[in-house]
Design a protein around this ligand. Sequence first.
Ligand SMILES: Cc1cc2nc3c(=O)[nH]c(=O)nc-3n(C[C@H](O)[C@H](O)[C@H](O)COP(=O)(O)OP(=O)(O)OC[C@H]3O[C@@H](n4cnc5c(N)ncnc54)[C@H](O)[C@@H]3O)c2cc1C
Length: 479
Amino acid sequence: MALRTADEYKAGLRDDRKVYILGNKVPDVTEDPYIKVGVETAAFDFLLADHPEMHDLAIMEEPSTGEQVSRYFEVPDYPEAVAKRHELVKGACSVADGALPFVKDVGTDIMNAITAVARIAGNKTYLDRITEYRRHCAINDLTLAGAVTDVKGDRSKGPSEQSSPDYYVRVVDETEDEIVVSGAKAHITASAYADEIIVIPPRAMSEQDADYAVSFAVPANTPGITQICRPNFRYEDAGHFPTPRPRRGHVEALVVFDNVRVPKERVFMLREWPAAQGLAYAFSAFHRFTAVTYKIPILEYMTGLAMLAAEANGVHKSSNIRERFVNLIRYTETTKSLAKAAALDPQNFGGSGLYVANTLTANMAKLHFASQFHDFVRDIQDIAGGLLVTQPTYKDWQNEETRPYLEKYMGGAGEYNAEQRLKLMSTLHHVVASDFAGWHEVCSIHAEGSFAAQKMMLLAEAPIKDYKSKARDIVGLDG
Ligand SMILES: Cc1cc2nc3c(=O)[nH]c(=O)nc-3n(C[C@H](O)[C@H](O)[C@H](O)COP(=O)(O)OP(=O)(O)OC[C@H]3O[C@@H](n4cnc5c(N)ncnc54)[C@H](O)[C@@H]3O)c2cc1C
């Protein structure tokens, strides 16, 4: 089958999946006013093959059949694969108007983690299964959501210590050919409009947790899966000025597994509890780098918007505003440089032969991004002024009685007329002052792991022995 079109992707989503939003069952996710924002963002993935600047980066030959497939499915078994993926993710975001299509990267980060762990453990069964699954997804050009985060109940307790046995996804039954799983994964991006959901455990497990040490993949319409989504925004958001390139974004879901049957050939970990931590760690090594890569086009775009707003307000040459510009540039370019440095220093993950970006640098990039994003937003809000939240809406612009007042009073500096200024402010409102902006701030902290996850990686990966030995040398502690 190989590469699909965006329309074929959308047609594939009309598959009787069980999805709810705002209390209602969704008959067709491609038509729901909230979920279709995500569908349209994801659909950009299918435009990469025909994009002149992206084709070579985005497409490769599937090794066993020679068919053209998405490069997301590449096994990164040579060092340069990491920098290629960095360019692919950044490029995909630029094509998708600043948002990541998101339906192949997290899933393939999970495939890479499973492959690396199976190779390190010498587990041929799981290696063969994940290789076949990767091939299946590649040649059918499938989209995937990655389900890692469980609902977790009491965070201070492990899976088997919870008041409910279902606070982490677990195996509830097993036959020779299949397993049956129950539980729920929270905050899963794009699962409502992905073809497949791939699951791994999020943490270390003890022997008592063995049933929770489970990894598998299932089609999103498998009986027993119910998805409960929350809206982020909709295209027709009342009052926003329309722009030629509409706003992009994704939708998360609570994904419930209620006695879901999974054939064994799609199971990649089954009760090997000592390996759960290694798999979670491997996933974060692959995924945190993807995460920080896709932030770069977003930061560049937001910085650009703030600078245009300053021009529209006529304050772009003032020293106080230029100081804010310096903050925006420093933050954006430091995030970019750290991500690039990680890409240019690939590591053979655990000797598996799969390459990841330098994990220390990638985690520093993510921590830098996450810990200063709110300051970045504050600077943009300062630059843009109060119109961010008080501006008259597009509906007032359309009203013949009020529009003349807007034309008369809302004009900006220099070349900026009222319509241009309001368009800019309306876009900025979406980015730094809307419900979506609140989602984005929380996303910057928690998605792809909260601060503590990156700090743990820093402590694990930093050359602490070298730091100490240099200090011992200088002080002369060893005589
Ligand atoms: C927009 C968005 C998209 C996401 N997309 C996905 C996705 O596609 N797939 C996926 O699997 N996940 C996804 N996530 C989940 C994300 O990885 C988690 O939000 C993150 O790991 C934090 O988990 P939590 O939200 O359950 O918060 P919590 O675990 O409740 O964390 C809250 C705070 O408690 C601290 N904490 C938690 N446990 C402990 C402990 N035992 N001891 C001390 N401190 C603790 C944390 O460090 C943090 O400061 C997404 C999240 C967001 C916000």
